[in-house]
Design a protein around this ligand. Structure first.
Ligand SMILES: [Zn+2]
Length: 143
């Protein structure tokens, strides 16, 4: 969900509103191999829950598309770690199909949902790996 304004989903281009669930893909850049690294400001793009769910059930991007490959695996690991995005995609699908959508704010449903999430998350070890930091083979000097 975007911080304060709606933003388009990078896959379906539908606006992701601030009250919708989504995955934010945070992007920043920095130089490597230079003594004083330059860093870009961070920016974000969003994938709505239905597209995130569909993306990770599709084909893995080839390694010749490294950015798509990395994002695919990050989103897949997030969805595999917590059923919340899958549930959100299911709710959005029901809404799109014109079917009744259960309100997670209903106390009975909220309690059952929270118990389910806790049971699932405690039953398995976390699936998100530690980030890998690659250092350059050699340092270039500016100037
Ligand atoms: Zn989308």
């Amino acid at each position: 969900m975007p911080a304060d304004t709606a933003a388009p989903c990078i896959r379906c281009r539908e606006l992701v509103d601030v009250n919708q669930t989504a995955i934010a893909i945070c992007v920043s850049s920095r130089t490597v191999g230079i003594d004083e690294a330059l860093r870009s400001p961070q920016d974000q793009v969003y994938v709505c829950s239905m597209c995130a769910d569909a993306m990770v059930k599709g084909d893995e991007p080839p390694k010749t598309q490294p950015l798509n490959y990395v994002v695919f695996h990050q989103i897949r690991n997030m969805i595999a770690s917590d059923p919340a995005i899958g549930m959100s995609a299911w709710l959005e699908l029901r809404r799109a199909a014109g079917l009744p959508v259960p309100a997670l704010t209903d106390p009975t449903i909220a309690r059952a949902w929270n118990e389910f999430r806790q049971s699932v998350s405690s039953a398995f070890p976390p699936t998100l790996p530690e980030p890998e930091i690659l250092t350059p083979a050699r340092t270039l000097r500016a100037g």
